[in-house]
Design a protein around this ligand. Sequence first.
Ligand SMILES: Cc1cc2nc3c(=O)[nH]c(=O)nc-3n(C[C@H](O)[C@H](O)[C@H](O)COP(=O)(O)OP(=O)(O)OC[C@H]3O[C@@H](n4cnc5c(N)ncnc54)[C@H](O)[C@@H]3O)c2cc1C
Length: 543
Amino acid sequence: MRVIRLSGLHLTLDEQEECLMTKAAQVLGIPVDGIASLTIIKKALDARRNKPPHFVYAVKISLTDTGTLPEILPEGIQVLMFHDEPAVDPSSVGSSGVPRQGGVERPPVVVIGSGPAGLFAAYTLAIKGLSVLLLERGRPIEKRVKDVRTFWEKGVLDPRSNVLFGEGGAGTFSDGKLTSRSKNPYSLWVKKILVDMGAQESILADAKPHIGTDSLREVIIHLRGKLIELGCAIQFEARVTDFVIRQNEIAAVVVNDKQEIKADEVILAIGQSADDTYGKLDERGVKMEAKPFAMGLRVEHPQALINSIQYGRWSNHPHLPPAEYFVTATTGGLNRSVYTFCMCPGGQVIGCSALPGFVMTNGMSNSERSGEFANSAVVVNVRVEDFAAQGEPLSGLAFRSHWEREAFLAGGGNYCAPAERLSGFIEQKSSGVVGRTSFLPGVKAAFLADVLPEFVSDALRVGIKQFDKKMPGFISEEAHVIGVETRTSSPVRICRGVDGQSENVRGLYPCGEGAGYAGGIISSALDGIKAAQNVIAAIDGCQ
Ligand SMILES: Cc1cc2nc3c(=O)[nH]c(=O)nc-3n(C[C@H](O)[C@H](O)[C@H](O)COP(=O)(O)OP(=O)(O)OC[C@H]3O[C@@H](n4cnc5c(N)ncnc54)[C@H](O)[C@@H]3O)c2cc1C
């Protein structure tokens, strides 16, 4: 049996996937029964303007027919011999993984943070047979979901358990987009683990995979069960409040100001929102530096409007998913880039405060993306020189807190967010009235330029006008902006060397978004895997 990869197969919106077999046979010039099996490897939607949207597939085909395939294929069709790309298992790296050293029981590897970076670091270590202790300041999902609901419905914030802190990390209440620009060999492995834990199989083939917050919550519960089965100890409501460092080596971590836990290796996967932990690391002399990030607002439109902009006359077709967009703009003399980020079709804009007295926005959707609105961050690049006094690594945290505080005050001091019609923001003539938005806990009409640095609001106005040229109708009376959007990436980098260890504290492995080397669910998970592999390599070197 010959196995080939056939790419470039098209289906119209009205054709079912069952047609793929017939289409494949047609382009190959063989009878349908010459194909023993067909599996979808990649599926993408081509919705470029001015032509009917259609789906494009790459498929794996087993041929019963051993005859020759046509030398001339229709335009866009490509046939290659199929080479299976097995999901590379990161535990295959390193020799032993024996959790002992010189006959002495090693203390467990401590992983701080149960976001994608911490979870995948712990998983990689645990399947290698190492003893792992996972410490998470927030609560397990089941309790966290209730805490977050209380915040969104009543405006009562629990600083221990919220959208940013708790099991699953910052992306738990998200759209669960799984895109990553990296060609990392473990990407497929990460997605396969997510599928094993209950995620929809389509994430393996979709060109723009996403899970949705509903499915992600279930996946994380199953992943917790798997980690426990593998022997990993997990403590919730266990905030690391201090680091014991002796002779430039990590010796222990302190939990909740009282419990000292001895540790030779600590994976620091704290995310970008633990200002207190960054502060303690700074106090203990761990080398960090300020880094650029981006900030701006969340824009929200009716999803039907985005569908009509993106799909034109096909916008009501039942087989089209809620439309997405990604737009960029340059601002000439202002010398800034403006771009959309983390777009959530059929989603909801959410408040994601973690500390009392601050408001910031983000986006979330369910796996069906069936909500009435579409939202996206619209952000401007922020340079280190915009906020940092030289040699002050944490000044970006103070900078973003300042604007989050302004948003809290402008929203009325009860975690409602300041909001404005997009047209009013652009024209600098707000009506003082806002229409319906999806934001939880609620919005208050305000001038959003008051909650942004001037260079950000100026650049946003210029950039969004360009978006409107690329997507006519973007600046609509039905569109709102809600603020502020600050958690695009960390404004801090915890400096690490090629071996993944802190540049000046041996045994400390900063990783994930909080370390400043990753951003997004997949890239943070991959960075967590890399940290685990570095720990394994270091332990192997000690045997
Ligand atoms: C609302 C929202 C929507 C998003 N949507 C997407 C999306 O669709 N796709 C995407 O790719 N990315 C998305 N992101 C970004 C993505 O969630 C992050 O990039 C990713 O979660 C970072 O992973 P991480 O493990 O490095 O850190 P985090 O996920 O932030 O996890 C860090 C964990 O460490 C814990 N912690 C912190 N300090 C301590 C301490 N001192 N002691 C113990 N525990 C501690 C925290 O409680 C947290 O659980 C979204 C983010 C948000 C907030």
